[in-house]
Design a protein around this ligand. Structure first.
Ligand code: ADE
Length: 245
């Protein structure tokens, strides 16, 4: 069993790289695919770069060239749910492309696939949820919380629900309200999850998406994102290690 692990940005990947034992790197199309072991499990970890095209392309390579059996995406997102706050963690039940538009009465639906909500794998997502919950209860999480107090982050809550993805950084209350209105049970917005989920769905490979909330997708989003992004890999790394234990 080999897990593909994807982050969109080097900042999100951060310290995860140091956790990979017996690492070998293959550079392909400007991306470093690092194969090795975390907690004794085979992994191929890679920074996809930002946006849906980059994420889908990277996922396809993980599946086709590296033959991964499952894909876990980790990164940060803007919070959308009413009770979703900065520092909380969202595990996707499914992902919707909020910028996919065919006609006013037919938004989000992906033609030929004929779905708008691309499902994440239930079993893998449940494992991610359990790993996240156990991380949140751990001393490691308490240490991180002390660290994050400086930027006003308190103990994380864990949410499950829909993740909205699009090729836009959302820092606009009106656009945020529109996404919330149109996508039922949406918890956060980001730029890759639906692309990874769709590539995996079409290839029949289980996929899970884990997002730590870095901002509230409103006019303060840029400032909050900048404060949080460098530290976000501490969360992702701890959750991935817990998942692979
Ligand atoms: N990733 C983190 N915050 C985001 C936001 N507000 N919009 C899109 N992607 C994000």
């Amino acid at each position: 069993m080999t897990y593909g692990i994807i982050c969109a940005m080097p900042e999100e990947f951060g310290i995860l790289e140091k956790e990979i034992k017996n690492a070998t790197t293959l550079s392909l199309y400007g991306r470093d695919f690092i194969s090795g072991e975390i907690e004794g499990k085979n992994v191929v970890a890679v920074v996809s770069r930002i946006g849906k095209v980059a994420a889908a392309f990277t996922t396809a390579i993980l599946i086709e060239k590296f033959k991964v059996d499952a894909v876990v995406f980790c990164g940060i997102a803007g919070g959308l749910g009413d009770n979703v706050k900065i520092g909380d963690i969202v595990i996707g039940e499914g992902c919707v492309q909020h910028d996919f538009y065919l006609a006013d009465n037919d938004i989000f639906r992906i033609p030929l696939l004929n779905i708008s909500n691309i499902p994440c794998d239930k079993v893998l997502s449940k494992k991610c949820l359990n790993a996240t919950k156990s991380f949140c209860k751990s001393e490691k999480s308490a240490e991180l919380c002390d660290f994050f107090k400086e930027i006003g982050v308190t103990a994380p809550a864990v949410h499950t629900g829909i993740i909205a993805s699009g090729d836009q950084f959302i820092s606009d209350s009106a656009r945020k309200a529109w996404i919330k209105k149109k996508i039922e049970n949406v918890k956060c917005v980001e730029m890759e999850g639906a692309a990874v989920a769709q590539a995996c769905f079409e290839a029949g490979v289980p996929c899970a998406v884990i997002r730590v909330i870095s901002d509230c997708a409103d006019e303060g989003a840029d400032v909050s994102f900048d404060k949080f992004v460098n530290a976000s890999s501490l969360y992702s790394c701890a959750i991935i290690k817990e998942l692979l234990k």
